[in-house]
Design a protein around this ligand. Structure first.
Ligand SMILES: Cc1cc2nc3c(=O)[nH]c(=O)nc-3n(C[C@H](O)[C@H](O)[C@H](O)COP(=O)(O)OP(=O)(O)OC[C@H]3O[C@@H](n4cnc5c(N)ncnc54)[C@H](O)[C@@H]3O)c2cc1C
Length: 384
């Protein structure tokens, strides 16, 4: 294909396509094992056009989405702690997290289930205890909380960059600004096509986020437009929304909607988002509307914030477009899809905290090691 350019085809053991959260971690963990690995990313590393931009993400251990995720979050923490000890950075700030809602709500029940089934240490807080310790909340009359002490926040773009940098230090080759235009999986090898060169490998890991089903047709994924929002206290200089006083939280209301977010004592402000709009239409990521619309994007969230966090100014000070990619059951798709094809995607809005652990799983699956935890609940073939 490349004869007109005088470029030889590349040969390697594994190609990782898409170096966002999951792909950068897979590249790192494969390189750590001494695998000859090439990473290909359509944009720059740590760019703002996929799902992994902005400064922070919530890090939770007692994961309400599935008890099996607790082990993966712990693996991320372990790997990021090791990496941070080597390069002097912090990838997780563990200030604890609140799962708030009625006694039967998903955050409360889900965190308790993770505690019971996966051994995540948690503490139940009564309504009055939450009111006393966290006066920023205007709680519903039945609201209680489950405290997840190992939780906190993690750092999105810096982590993606660090995972790629560590992979390169360990010998991985990285092609940024290179779009993969197609993948041919043959009996003996797989060919990854780019405009300049074909890369021939034994296996490919495809981790292209919202674009995953463009390269691996048939996966039941729905990318959704989901902006990121930042706020500030009404009283400038107020310390009520510093991270230690206003740690990360997920809060579900009686009507099924809810808020998530965390405070900050740094320049990245108070982050709050609304959930409950998972019915929003699936979008083609190539056509994503990157404009912010005051009425459609902001009005509902501002009204909820005015009602629930009266000390916050309900007008956001910063908004950025982003995407989550939903799977039918809200769990990731991580694992082998074909003899030479491993996939990672379907983040369903809660993938970042798990990405280093998922990268380790992807490396183990690709090299045919035994995965460090049960991966049946994220098996990408479970919908076929
Ligand atoms: C508003 C919002 C809030 C969130 N909050 C949290 C949170 O608090 N906690 C949490 O854990 N998670 C959270 N998430 C989810 C988390 O951000 C995602 O799970 C994670 O970023 C998904 O990573 P990914 O690797 O699947 O996708 P991405 O990071 O988007 O990576 C995919 C990469 O593939 C590249 N690519 C695509 N097509 C090609 C191609 N043809 N060739 C080469 N490269 C290609 C893209 O450029 C991109 O870099 C949130 C997400 C959003 C949108």
């Amino acid at each position: 294909m490349s004869e007109g350019w005088g470029v030889e085809n590349l040969r390697t053991e594994v190609v990782v396509v898409g170096l966002g959260a999951f792909g950068s971690a897979a590249l790192w963990r494969l390189a750590e094992r001494g695998v000859k690995v090439v990473g290909v990313e359509r944009q720059g590393i740590g760019h703002p056009f996929g799902s992994s931009h902005g400064t922070t993400r919530l890090f939770r251990v007692a994961c309400m989405e599935h008890p099996g995720l607790t082990t993966i979050a712990r693996k991320s923490l372990e790997l990021w702690t090791d990496l941070g000890e080597r390069n002097g950075a912090t990838y997780v700030r563990q200030t604890g997290s609140l799962n708030v809602g009625g006694p039967e709500s998903r955050p409360v029940q889900g965190a308790r289930r993770a505690a019971a089934e996966a051994g995540a240490p948690t503490t139940d807080l009564t309504h009055d205890e939450v009111v006393e310790r966290f006066p920023q909340y205007r709680l519903g009359s039945d609201d209680v909380a489950v405290w997840d002490p190992g939780a906190g926040i993690c750092f999105a773009e810096p982590t993606v960059r660090a995972q790629v940098a560590e992979a390169e230090r360990l010998g991985a080759t990285v092609y940024p600004h290179t779009m993969v235009t197609g993948i041919d999986v043959g009996a003996g090898e797989v060919t990854v096509h780019t405009p300049m060169v074909d890369i021939v490998a034994e296996q490919v890991v495809v981790s292209t986020g919202a674009w995953l089903s463009k390269l691996v047709p048939g996966l039941p994924l729905s990318p959704r437009r989901t902006p990121l929002f930042w706020f500030q206290p009404r009283e400038l200089g107020s310390r009520a929304f510093e991270l230690e006083r206003f740690p990360s939280f997920i809060w579900e209301f009686d009507d099924g909607r809810g808020l998530w977010g965390h405070g900050s004592d740094e320049e990245f402000l108070v982050k709050v988002g609304l959930h409950g709009d998972e019915s929003a239409a699936a979008v083609d990521p190539e056509e994503l509307d990157r404009y912010i619309h005051p009425r459609e994007d902001i009005a509902e969230l501002s009204a909820v914030i005015a009602d629930r966090f009266p000390e916050l100014d309900p007008e956001p000070v910063k908004v950025a477009p982003c995407m989550v990619t939903d799977s039918p059951d809200g769990q990731f798709l991580v694992g082998r899809y074909d003899e030479r094809l491993v996939v990672a995607g379907g983040d369903s809005g809660h993938g970042f905290k798990h990405c280093a652990g998922v990268g380790e799983l992807l490396a183990q699956i690709t090299t045919k090691e035994t995965p460090f935890t049960d991966v049946s609940f994220v098996d990408p073939t479970r919908f076929s």
